[in-house]
Design a protein around this ligand. Structure first.
Ligand code: BGC
Length: 775
């Protein structure tokens, strides 16, 4: 836990330079625009500890898996998002001395991530070993308007001398991934060129042969006037640069603008990459840094209009939630159905930038409510496009008849994780993918999605579950053996309640979807069954049989669902009995001890209660919550949000708030001491859920929005934006009541505390405040 980020409602601020915090700050101050992103590395040389990170969405390397004992079914590779060419670099040389914050004395260091307008600013004064002092003020952003482009404005002022400044803007593709399994470099050079004020470098990934062309253009200004430069081109292996020297006078600022573009062969034919990159560079050069920055601010204003959450009375919470929304919007924009959301977004290498169940279970609700439905649709289509691979994935494991097992970790639809027991057996991800389809249709009302794409995915998933269970003669019921639930601190267990319950839910929902498509679009249904060889009568009868005869572990006496068979045989100790020195378990205990212990990494049974809440009465949810939460160590950042929402549902407002606090500033305060690896981007969506679904009590039932809010005691008010079927609402919860402003030209009926209100277009209501009445 750290506490060095200054609290501010719209900015993330760091004052003073502490090299020990640098890698954490590099994660926190990351920039992205959905197509590319980068850690907050410095433009100038830095020889201290740093994790370089420039990422281009969709470009990855299939690193050879590293295992001791190869088993059949093991994924061939562990995919990695690549640390790509560093386009931000500007080497600064002051009369022969390199500016390097590791060797210089640094004063007045200040780094600001301006979330309202979407840029990063850094200023400092550096005293070089020779005693020369320079002041630097650098601003940069990844444009969300020109999403292949980034821009830097780097201003440098000599404070106690006049002389020469040699600047070398460069593109360096000779970079590595820190997490490379065999310490290999993943890029090879294709082309390079250096011109008077531009340079281009095209690199190709080994094995996958993705090509990325990175271009740069630069210009220098003094006293507001362009400086004519004599530049020296530099070319090295996977490296291009231009070097030039300008005369500088004490207290006079020199400004270098560096504009850059990253184009990937995912979007252009390889032989056209360079000319397209040149075009983009030309286009942004014409716009220039200032116009690009203005456009950036306007585009971010539009994003905030749809997704902001305002908290009054708690600036730290305000900063925390905006940071989460900002990072999510930097990571995924929903324009490209081939892209997805890695658990660390564009902020680090961990988790390889691959897609996990996090997307469907945690991110989908955020994008559904804060962005155009197309954004979530594209997340679903991503999985639709991987259906064939999911079928092949299941075939490799011995399944037949179009059964689909989606990967737990993937880039292109193939499984690519690095861990056998933990990840491999987490087949519950299949259910999250089905649930996201349900969630999307429930939220948007776009039932046609089922005819077009959804049903086929559901059928593949249902077929998988139907084959994954087996009939137990002993029990005279179906069982599901050898699985890992969301709680990764148990491996290879039998009858994980969550997995089995969600499997049944998938069968049920697929049957429902079949009935719908059959009646709404009989021709489409006929095509789907033909394409998939679906034996309607036979297969659905079998599913019904499973539905009626599945074993789910329950302890009648305690009135709780059992996480898995035998869970109650575990030692009866609680998290509160653990010594602080034992935490986090995953760093302090042997894996063997963790597996034997009763401790739960993250919501498991409770994850099921969250997804399927309408199936359980409050007493059942309470009993399970009271049983499982005290055994849960929340060592996944995905855990507290589910608990916050359930606690809110159970009316335990204080606990809901406490769980929320554990995620809201997780990265800003480096709560788990791991932010240096990257931010917990997917869990940020969970924080949003804690506010909107937890405190706001928002649900969609029967095609209608419902709110059941309460106001956390420490806040004066909070408000959130919700887009629902073409209507934009601003919901504000304060001591006075629940005010809902309809910011659209259409009326909408919503429920607040079980009372129905029709909010006319461009008007507002103030709902009776049951919560206010309570206090
Ligand atoms: C969690 C998984 C999650 C993964 C990526 C793990 O620590 O246990 O549920 O999918 O991180 O965020």
């Amino acid at each position: 836990m750290k506490n060095y980020i200054k609290v501010d409602e719209w900015n993330i601020i760091e004052e003073g330079f502490d090299p020990h915090l640098n890698k954490i700050s590099e994660s926190i101050f990351s920039l992205g625009n959905g197509r590319m992103g980068q850690r907050a590395n410095f433009e100038e040389t830095y020889s201290g500890e740093s994790l370089l990170g420039n990422y281009v969405a969709g470009v990855y390397y299939p690193d050879k898996t590293r295992v001791g004992w190869w088993k059949n079914g093991y994924p061939e590779y562990f995919a990695k998002v690549l640390n790509a060419a560093n386009w931000i670099g500007i080497e600064v040389n002051v009369n022969g001395e390199t500016l390097d914050l590791h060797t210089a004395q640094v004063f007045d260091f200040r780094r600001v991530l301006n979330m309202r307008e979407g840029y990063l600013q850094r200023s400092f004064t550096a005293k070089l070993p020779s005693g020369k002092q320079v002041k630097v003020n650098a601003k940069r952003f990844c444009s969300i308007v020109d999403d292949e482009a980034g821009a830097i404005c780097y201003c440098i002022t000599p404070l106690n001398f006049s002389g020469n400044l040699t600047l070398t803007p460069f593109i360096d593709g000779d970079v590595k991934n820190q997490d490379a399994n065999y310490d290999e470099k993943f890029w090879e050079e294709v082309t390079k060129e250096v011109n008077h004020d531009t340079a281009y470098l095209t690199l190709r990934t080994k094995k996958t042969a993705f090509e990325v062309c990175t271009g740069m253009q630069f210009a220098v200004y003094q006293n507001g006037q362009p400086v004519t430069l004599t530049t020296e081109p530099i070319q090295k292996e996977k490296y291009v640069a231009n070097r030039f020297t300008v005369e500088v006078r004490q207290n006079e600022e020199t400004v270098i603008y560096k504009l850059a573009a990253n184009l990937s062969s995912e979007n252009y034919p390889k032989d056209k990459l360079l000319p397209h990159c040149q075009e983009v560079i030309q286009k942004i050069t014409q716009k220039g840094f200032n116009q690009m920055l203005q456009e950036q601010a306007m585009a971010w204003a539009a994003k905030w209009k749809e997704s902001d959450i305002v908290i009054q009375g708690d600036a730290a919470a305000q900063q925390g939630i905006r940071f989460n929304i900002f990072q999510l919007n930097q990571t995924y924009t929903g324009e490209d159905a081939r892209l997805n959301i890695g658990p660390k977004g564009f902020t680090g290498e961990k988790y390889g930038g691959s897609t996990y169940w996090d997307t469907e279970a945690y991110c989908v609700p955020f994008y559904l409510a804060t962005a155009d439905p197309q954004v979530t649709r594209n997340l679903l289509i991503y999985r639709y496009k991987h259906l064939q691979k999911a079928i092949e994935n299941a075939e490799k494991l011995g399944f037949t008849n179009g059964a689909a097992l989606y990967p737990m970790v993937t880039m292109n639809g193939e499984e690519c994780h690095n861990e056998w027991e933990i990840t491999f057996e987490e087949i519950h991800r299949n259910a999250a993918i089905a649930f996201a389809i349900y969630n999307y249709v429930r939220y948007t009302g776009d039932a046609d999605y089922l005819n077009e794409y959804g049903l086929e995915v559901l059928m593949g998933i249902a077929r998988f579950w139907a084959q994954r269970v087996n009939w137990s003669e002993a029990k005279q019921q179906y069982v599901m053996l050898g699985v890992t639930g969301p709680n990764e601190y148990e491996n290879n267990v039998n009858n994980n309640w969550y997995t089995s319950t969600m499997a049944l839910w998938c069968l049920e929902y697929t049957l429902e979807a079949i009935a719908q498509v059959k009646s709404n679009a009989p021709n489409k249904y006929a095509n789907i069954t033909k394409r998939t060889n679906f034996r309607d009568q036979e297969e659905t009868t079998q599913w019904q049989h499973i539905l009626h005869n599945m074993y789910l572990p329950v302890d009648e006496e305690k009135g709780v669902f059992l996480q898995q068979d035998g869970y109650l045989d575990k030692e009866n100790i609680l998290v509160k009995d653990l010594k602080p020195a034992d935490r986090p378990l995953n760093q302090k205990w042997s894996w063997d001890r963790i597996l034997r212990s009763p401790f739960i990494k993250q919501a498991d049974v409770l994850q099921g209660m969250y997804f399927l809440e309408d199936r359980f009465d409050l007493d059942t949810i309470r009993r399970n919550f009271d049983f499982y939460e005290p055994r849960t160590v929340h060592e996944s950042s995905l855990s507290p949000c589910v608990h916050a929402i359930l606690a809110a549902k159970l009316g335990d407002e204080e606990r809901a708030y406490q769980f929320y606090l554990r995620t809201s500033r997780l990265d800003l305060d480096d709560y788990n001491n791991d932010t240096e690896d990257g931010c917990h981007t997917t869990s940020m969506a969970g924080t949003w859920m804690s506010v909107v679904e937890g405190f706001g009590g928002m649900r969609v039932r029967n095609n209608q929005l419902h709110f059941n809010p309460f106001l956390p005691a420490k806040w004066q008010s909070f408000s959130f934006k919700i887009g629902f079927r073409g209507v934009l609402l601003n919901v504000k919860v304060s001591k006075e009541g629940v005010q809902i402003v309809n910011q659209s030209d259409r009326d909408l009926t919503v429920d607040v505390y079980d009372k129905s209100y029709t909010i006319k277009a461009n008007t507002q209501i103030l709902a009776e405040h049951e919560y206010a009445a309570k206090i």
